[in-house]
Design a protein around this ligand. Structure first.
Ligand SMILES: Cc1cc2nc3c(=O)[nH]c(=O)nc-3n(C[C@H](O)[C@H](O)[C@H](O)COP(=O)(O)OP(=O)(O)OC[C@H]3O[C@@H](n4cnc5c(N)ncnc54)[C@H](O)[C@@H]3O)c2cc1C
Length: 402
């Protein structure tokens, strides 16, 4: 199947009903995947996804599409590996070409501490089910000959880790495939519908108030990306989340093939090549928390400079587009999934700069929780209560850039 012969996605729109068993606020990857897995794995289809803009209009349509499981702690490695595997079969399952491509991911170290960190990453990954190996400079050159191993004389590449299952997939296609799969089974998706309040009976959340009127719900799931503190406030839930903008950009077409995804822990950038041949480059969050979708020249200049230090061929390319999303950053760099302490109100958040790769597993696990009322073992460590219990899951280095 290719782009020219595949059929258009078929999205079936409906008028909103007065009540649903499950209302999911946010039509990004996590909201759509939860709806998809509720319908396909549990036969729960009296579900509405409410999206204030258009599906995939948040971070799920703005990211740099990196999929990987090379995290730094056992709980995260297991969870993200599940997602890596679900992505590998998502194309066949949804019968939609999501342009999933396994590329391999190189994570580069520039000093002794970095080398130790990458050796440790390879050990932890191998022990908990992800394929990652330590690689020396010679192997790195073979995988990505375009890298300047001297790092411009300042950032020499001394070693790194290689994660062969590192992949990318076309972000908007992932959103559409999940939306179509859910809608085909009876789920309603309502775009241009903003949740402006939560309806409560006593302490229980029993529905939402939208800009188009009230909707009743057995369960409400918040899947609103960087806007989560606003929604959680409506339920009286205080979250340890700060919202930070994250920017990225693409260049024009690079005539040669650039196979892997390359990330530098020292220079804090990562790069990969899109199916069109553009170089897609991302870096760390803006330091100042805000809900701003503005892109800035400072980011562009600083990130481009760092990227060119290791990939000098970028100097000959031009920047075509730059954009921004707003990220729900948790203090331990791990997601927060599950119940909130308020009956009828669930949450999937803390996806920060790393949640695209988690979309299938996050949706699968949240659907199981909502369908059964039991928290699945895979996401049990990621509950909101971990902060009160002093059981945070610090995985800072694994955000790649931060
Ligand atoms: C530049 C950039 C690069 C990134 N790169 C990567 C990467 O390479 N790999 C990776 O794994 N992750 C990456 N991420 C992170 C990833 O994109 C996110 O973590 C993920 O998409 C979050 O999905 P989500 O469904 O939780 O949120 P979103 O996709 O943001 O969806 C939330 C939706 O909720 C809607 N909404 C908000 N408030 C309301 C309301 N009141 N009523 C109704 N709807 C509402 C929004 O409009 C939005 O569509 C990147 C993010 C950015 C910004």
């Amino acid at each position: 199947m290719n782009e020219f012969i595949e059929q258009k996605v078929q999205l079936q729109w409906h008028e909103p009903k007065a009540n649903y068993d499950v209302v999911i606020v946010g039509g990004g990857g996590h909201g759509l995947a939860t709806a998809y897995f509720l319908a396909t794995r549990h036969g729960i289809t009296n579900v509405a996804v409410l999206e204030r803009k258009y599906i995939g209009g948040g971070n799920s349509g703005r990211n740099t599409t990196v999929i990987r499981a090379n995290y730094g702690i056992p709980e995260a490695v297991r969870f993200y590996q599940r997602s890596v595997e679900l992505y590998q079969t998502l194309e066949a399952e949804t019968e939609r070409w999501i342009m999933h491509k396994q590329k391999g991911l190189l994570w580069l170290a520039h000093n002794e501490a970095g080398i130790r960190a990458e050796r440790a990453r390879a050990e932890v990954n191998t022990a908990f089910g992800a394929k990652t190996e330590y690689v020396g400079p010679k192997e790195i050159q073979e995988i990505a000959p375009q890298i300047d191993m001297m790092g411009g004389g300042v950032w020499p590449v001394l070693g790194g880790s290689y994660h062969p299952e590192g992949a990318t997939a076309r972000h908007d296609r992932v959103n559409w495939a999940l939306a179509e799969g859910a809608m085909r089974r009876g789920v309603h998706i309502h775009q241009r519908t903003t949740v402006i309040g939560l309806r409560k009976e006593g302490d229980r959340v029993v529905g939402v108030m939208t800009d188009k009127g009230p909707i009743g719900a057995g369960v409400v799931l918040s899947a609103v990306g960087g806007h989560v503190t606003n929604l959680a406030n409506m339920a009286g839930v205080r979250l340890p989340i700060r919202t930070h903008p994250l920017q990225a950009f693409v260049t024009n077409h690079y005539a040669r093939q650039f196979d892997p995804i390359v990330a530098s822990m020292g220079l804090l950038f990562y790069a990969s090549q899109t199916a069109r041949g553009e170089m897609l480059i991302g870096a760390e969050i803006d330091r100042q928390p805000s809900y701003s979708y503005r892109s800035g020249h400072h980011f562009l200049q600083s990130c481009a400079f760092r990227a060119m230090t290791l990939l000098p061929f970028l100097r000959n390319l031009r920047i075509l587009r730059q954009w921004t999303g707003v990220c729900d950053m948790s203090p331990d760099y791990s997601p927060i999934m599950g119940q909130t302490g308020v009956d009828g109100f669930y949450i999937t958040t803390g996806w920060g700069t790393w949640g695209f790769k988690a979309i299938p597993a996050g949706g699968e696990q949240m659907a199981q929780l909502i369908a059964t009322g039991e928290t699945p073992a895979l996401i049990a460590p990621f509950g909101l209560d971990r902060f009160a219990r002093d059981r945070t899951l610090a995985d800072r280095g694994s955000a790649g850039t931060h």
